[in-house]
Design a protein around this ligand. Sequence first.
Ligand code: IMP
Ligand code: MG
Length: 178
Amino acid sequence: MLDDVEKVLLNPEQLSEIVKNLGKKISEDYKDKNLLMISILKGSVVFMSDLMRHITIPCQIDFMSVSSYRGGVKSSGVVKILKDLDIPLEGFDLLIVEDILDSGQTLSYITKILKPRRPRSIKICTLLDKPMARKSSIQADYVGTNIPDEFVIGYGLDYKEEYRNLPFVGVLKPSLYS
Ligand code: IMP
Ligand code: MG
C-alpha cells in the first residue's frame, strides 16, 4: 500500500492541527445555533470522527451517502443518493462535512436537495479543497487546507475503495491509474 504513494501531502500531526483549528472555529461560530453535522460517506468518516471530538458545544450527527465517481479518478457529473438522512432538517443549522471539494458537483447537488427541507442554515466544511478543479460555483465556508489538482488518498479518501485507512493524505502514483 505504501509503495503506491508518490508523496505525503499531510502527515498525521498536520492533519490533527488542521482538524483541531476547524473544531475550535466551528464551536465558536455555532455556540448559539442548533448544529447538525452531516457526514458525506464514505470519504469523510475519518475527518468527521476526528472533527466532532473537537466540537465543544451540543451537536447532532447524521450520514448521507452519494456516489459521483464510479471508481475512477474524475467526477462523472452524475450524482446519486445511495443513503439519505434519518433526521428531518427543520430547525437545524446544517454543517455538511466533506473530505474533498473537487469539481464541486457533489456538494452543489447535495445543497440543492437539502435546501427544500427547510433547515435554518446550510454551511459546508471540507478538509481539502482543490480550487483549480472547480466546475461549479460552489465554495466551502470552512476549509482545512487547499491542495493542488492531484489525486490524493488516505485519511478516508479512496481510489477504487482502497487506501482509506492510511493515517496521512498522500498523492497516488499516477502510473496506477493512467
Ligand atoms: P466533486 O463532485 O468533483 O467535487 O467530487 C467530490 C468527491 O469526489 C469527493 O467527495 C471524493 O469522494 C471524490 N474525490 C475528488 N477528488 C478526489 C481525490 O483526489 N481523491 C479521492 N477522492 C476524490
Ligand atoms: Mg466522498
